[in-house]
Design a binder for this molecule. Structure first.
Ligand code: NAD
Length: 437
């Protein structure tokens, strides 16, 4: 089976490469010529652990190609996946489906009869039917199928997630589409991965409901963390206590600076907007969005409070800018709110991130970058951890204390033991626990 993957971003690239690893012939298409050029030159445009090796192997096996030639890739394909971006639309927060519809129109013009068009992008309910309408409009009388196959991979563990998903969700309403997707995911049968085949609408809604639920869960534990701080509790203990309950589960119960990234903020906003549009307001989700926005600002205030009443001229060191570890993605990262808020108070901000500098530099003017995490501590009044990269966990805290001018550490991810930080001569403020000094 030949696949064309339209959109070679975080999802399209990983999915395309993994399908080629399953043995299918995959052409990854993008309108961004520089991205395709880099891929063809053996460079991987994003940071995703393990991706470079898989690309190399499948390129040399001749199963994987990268191209800007949309029409040829589509004309040769049995299955065309759409994995283009669906960002938030300015104004109303609904998902902007312009790229999806533009891709659908172009696919319609180039496809062979019998093609299965699969929407992998996260799209609001009703979009797949609209895509089918667009294709029918462009190619009246030509036989094709449209399916929905939302993606649940997480950046940073994307390959593992794609190869060993908890489930695959397929929205398919004809035999050809269902058979094509079952065949593509057959390699997962060995692992007995559940494949849920349902209607287009159910598949579209499942993706939003899953992301919104996880966002609510994170926000819930963040509010419990606030309460822990007031009453002498420890949110990590409380999270463990509830997480051991199978009905709750331990994942997504890590209190922190608020969720960010390329999915949760835009998908919660889109779900809330869809709910309002259809007269079914999603009030829990609406509140989650508001609480999460506020939380990022509160984190900046926490750092400012640690600086004392005079903030102008002070220096803050930041460890981690990406929205989470193991990715270079900074879309909607808490750091994008926290850093400018500190700068607005006259603070000089210095940062390190193992991978995100390239993406973040244009978005954070005035931020000073350091290539080494220890250098971030030099002469700073406060050191704050925003992203829990593993390399930060084992830093020599005594060395950090020696380099700092002040002695406050604000650990927004609870990566360190407060007692260790205090033993190094610093004051420690984690999330959802009593500050130590
Ligand atoms: P991205 O911005 O990294 O990539 C999208 C790519 O599509 C870009 O390279 C862009 O140039 C390309 N593109 C746009 N229009 C095109 C066209 N007409 N033809 C060819 N290429 C085109 O986005 P992403 O993070 O990969 O997300 C893609 C979709 O997957 C979104 O709907 C997102 O919500 C969803 N999703 C993302 C993740 C994630 O972790 N990033 C996880 C699950 C689902």
């Amino acid at each position: 089976m030949r696949i064309a993957m339209i959109g070679t971003g975080y999802v399209g690239l990983v999915s395309g490469v993994c399908f080629s690893e399953f043995g299918f012939d995959v052409a990854c298409v993008d309108i961004d010529a520089s991205k395709i050029e880099r891929l063809n030159a053996g460079e991987v445009p994003i940071y995703e652990p393990g991706l470079d090796g898989l690309i190399e192997r499948n390129l040399s096996a001749g199963r994987l190609s990268f191209t800007t030639d949309f029409d040829t890739a589509v004309a040769r394909a049995d299955v065309v996946f759409v994995a283009v971006g669906t960002p938030s639309r300015r104004g109303d927060g609904e998902a902007d489906l312009t790229y999806v519809y533009a891709a659908a129109r172009q696919i319609a013009k180039a496809m062979r009869p019998g093609t299965v068009v699969v929407i992998k992008s996260t799209v609001v309910v009703g979009t797949c039917r609209k895509v089918a309408e667009i294709i029918r409009e462009e190619r009246p009388g030509v036989d094709f199928s449209v399916a929905s196959n939302p993606e649940f991979l997480r950046e940073g563990s994307a390959i593992e997630d794609f190869m060993r998903p908890d489930r695959v969700v397929v929205g398919a309403e004809d035999e050809r589409a269902e058979a094509a997707l079952r065949r593509l995911y057959r390699p997962l049968y060995l692992r007995e991965t559940p494949i849920l085949v349902t209607s287009l609408e159910n598949a579209e809604l499942t993706k939003y409901a899953a992301n919104a639920f996880l966002a609510v869960k994170i926000t819930f534990i963040n509010e419990i963390a606030n309460l822990c701080e007031k009453v002498g509790g420890d949110v990590q203990k409380v999270a463990s206590g509830i997480g051991l309950d199978n009905r709750i589960g331990s994942k997504f119960l890590h209190a922190g600076p608020g969720f960010g990234g390329s999915c949760f903020p835009k998908d919660t906003t889109a779900l809330a907007a869809t709910g309002l549009k259809h007269g079914a307001p999603q009030r829990l989700v609406e509140t989650t969005i508001a609480v999460n926005e506020e939380r990022k600002r509160q984190m900046a205030e926490r750092v400012l409070a640690a600086l004392g009443p005079e903030t102008a001229g002070k220096r803050v060191g930041i460890l981690g800018i990406a929205f989470k570890p193991n990715t270079d993605d900074v879309r909607d990262a808490p750091s994008l709110v926290i850093v400018p808020a500190l700068q607005a108070a006259g603070v000089t901000v210095v940062a390190h991130d193992p991978e995100a500098r390239g993406q973040a530099e244009p978005l954070l003017p005035g931020l000073e970058w350091r290539a080494n995490p220890y250098d971030v501590a030099d002469e700073v009044d406060v050191l704050a951890v925003i992203t829990e990269w593993n390399t930060y966990r084992g830093l020599d805290l005594a060395e950090i204390a020696r380099r700092m001018r002040g002695h406050a550490v604000v650990d927004m991810r609870n990566i360190w033991q407060g007692s260790d930080v205090v033993a190094a001569g610093l004051d420690y403020q984690g999330i959802g626990k009593t500050p130590l000094s």
